[in-house]
Ligand binder design. Structure first.
Ligand SMILES: *Cc1c(COP(=O)(O)O)cnc(C)c1O
Length: 475
């Protein structure tokens, strides 16, 4: 006996797709309407979600209603609510309705935009939004694709930084074992990881000043010591907004030292890059004309859902030289004409999805004005929280507040700081990140979730005050 298919086609009809599509949009809209009321962290044991999922894939097709039902039954109990307005942890990973719709259309079109010719619009919309952002963020005009440079969307800032370090390595002479990458002690772990993956022999983490910014004198000394030791300084990564405290490295001075010694200068503005849509923050990026590459993540604070990381180069020639490989099956007239961008040469993967669409939707739906409005609102909320912290006798800030992150501690030291963070997180509706620098415990409150307003920040402050007075009352 042979297995006969029970029907001719197993595809979902477009009529059913339409029906279920409306249901799914309703489901997501309901989620966004009610996420405020959810405890942010799921309270489940490891393995609990897997236990609800059969160990084998279904042999028979299942009705879509069952699948959608299992979102509520199986998935939701294990979801951490990053879209809750009480989300103050890490940095935000925002989404927004226009972003979700752009993502949906990208999935619907299902194009693979590795080459211009494999879907010209995927490339040209991406070029256009990357160029728009050069103006919107006050980046050097030469970084536009119409100039010598250009921008490309990558999966993450880690990928962008890794790519920059590969190009820097290719441009340098000698053995990678002798090559050195520099970044501050407060730099994101992706710099060390990118350097390791790119094969660098050495990473030097440079000491920081009392505001957690890289000390350029220490950077220059390290470069000179490495040269004297026969090593090859190749690249330096400056941060505009470190992860721990949003410290800003002195980009211009680092750039001057990098130029003098022939180093590639990459800037990591993963989180804070979005703030530059407002002119009043642009002094923090002074010196970008001394930068070779730059990354920032619309998928953090620009209301665009993961993944969407912009990577810019001041000159695209070394990037393309480093990453271009042309097998015969990818040869085509448009590429040979030199008139088009083939983004596959701008990052490690070959294939690429149409990520520019959601960013295009967001930039048009909010307008620059809308993004500025919400960024300014978040930063003002952060400053008002910082003022209340500074004025409170039992609390102290541990770093300046240039953007939307407030870092503070309990004056009593590490133990009361950790219990305060624990108490905030135990509230269920708010979530902060307990962290440490050297041996100092502190609390990070990142204000930037799409829907965070004064309501949540006031509620957080009341919670903090209550906790402090309870602890004071009980001793
Ligand atoms: C978040 C962050 C990163 C990492 O971003 P991914 O896109 O997740 O790789 C890198 N650098 C800084 C400063 C960050 O804040």
């Amino acid at each position: 006996m042979t297995d006969r298919p029970s029907r001719d086609s197993y595809h979902m009809s477009t009529d059913d797709f339409r029906r279920h599509g409306y249901e799914v949009i309703d489901w997501v809209a309901d989620y966004l309407d009610t996420v405020t009321d959810q405890p942010i962290m799921p309270s489940i044991e490891p393995g609990a979600i897997r236990e609800m999922i059969p160990t084998t894939a279904p042999e028979q097709p299942e009705p879509f209603g069952n699948i959608l039902g299992d979102l509520d039954r199986v998935v939701m109990p294990g979801i951490t609510h990053w879209q809750s307005p009480g989300w103050f942890a890490y940095f935000p990973a925002n989404t927004s309705p226009p972003s979700i719709l752009g993502e949906l259309v990208a999935a619907g079109l299902g194009v693979q935009g590795m080459l211009w010719s494999t879907s010209p619009a995927a490339t040209e919309v991406e070029e256009a939004v990357a160029d728009w952002l050069v103006d919107l963020l006050g980046l050097p005009p030469g970084w536009k694709t119409t100039g010598p440079g250009g921008g490309v969307i990558q999966m993450s800032a880690s990928d962008s930084t890794h790519t920059a370090l590969v190009v820097a390595r290719e441009r340098a002479r000698g053995s990678a074992d002798d090559m050195v990458v520099y970044a501050s002690e407060q730099a994101h772990s992706s710099i060390e990881k990118g350097a390791r993956v790119a094969g660098y022999g050495h990473v030097r983490l440079i000491p920081v000043d009392d505001r957690y910014a890289m000390r350029p004198d220490a950077f220059e000394e390290a470069v000179e010591a490495d040269i004297a030791a026969g090593l090859t300084p190749v690249a330096v990564v400056s941060a505009i907004g470190t992860t721990a405290t949003t410290a800003v490295d002195p980009v211009r001075t680092i750039g001057e030292i990098a130029r003098f010694h022939g180093l590639w200068h990459h800037v990591d503005a993963a989180y804070a890059g979005t703030a530059m849509v407002c002119e009043e923050f642009r002094h923090f990026q002074d010196g970008l004309e001394l930068v070779d590459s730059y990354t920032f993540n619309p998928h953090k604070w620009m209301f665009t859902n993961f993944d969407c990381s912009l990577f810019y180069v001041a000159d695209r020639a070394p990037l393309i030289e480093s990453l271009s490989i042309l097998p015969p099956y990818l040869r085509n007239e448009a590429s040979a004409s030199g008139q088009v961008i083939d983004y596959r040469d701008w990052h490690v993967p070959l294939g690429r999805r149409f990520r520019a669409l959601k960013l295009w939707f967001v930039l048009r739906s909010y307008g620059a004005e809308g993004i500025r409005h919400h960024v300014r609102e978040h930063v003002a909320l952060a400053r008002s929280l910082a003022d209340r912290i500074t004025a409170h006798p039992m609390l102290e800030p541990v770093a300046p507040v240039p953007f939307g992150l407030v870092s503070f501690r309990h004056v009593g030291g590490n133990d009361p700081t950790r219990s305060l963070a624990g108490a905030i997180n135990a509230s269920g509706w708010a979530y902060v990140t307990p962290s440490t620098i050297d041996d100092m415990a502190f609390i990070r409150v990142s204000i930037g979730q799409t829907n965070t307003t004064a309501v949540e920040v006031d509620r957080l402050w009341n919670l903090i005050e209550e906790e402090l007075s309870e602890v004071a009352g009980s001793t």
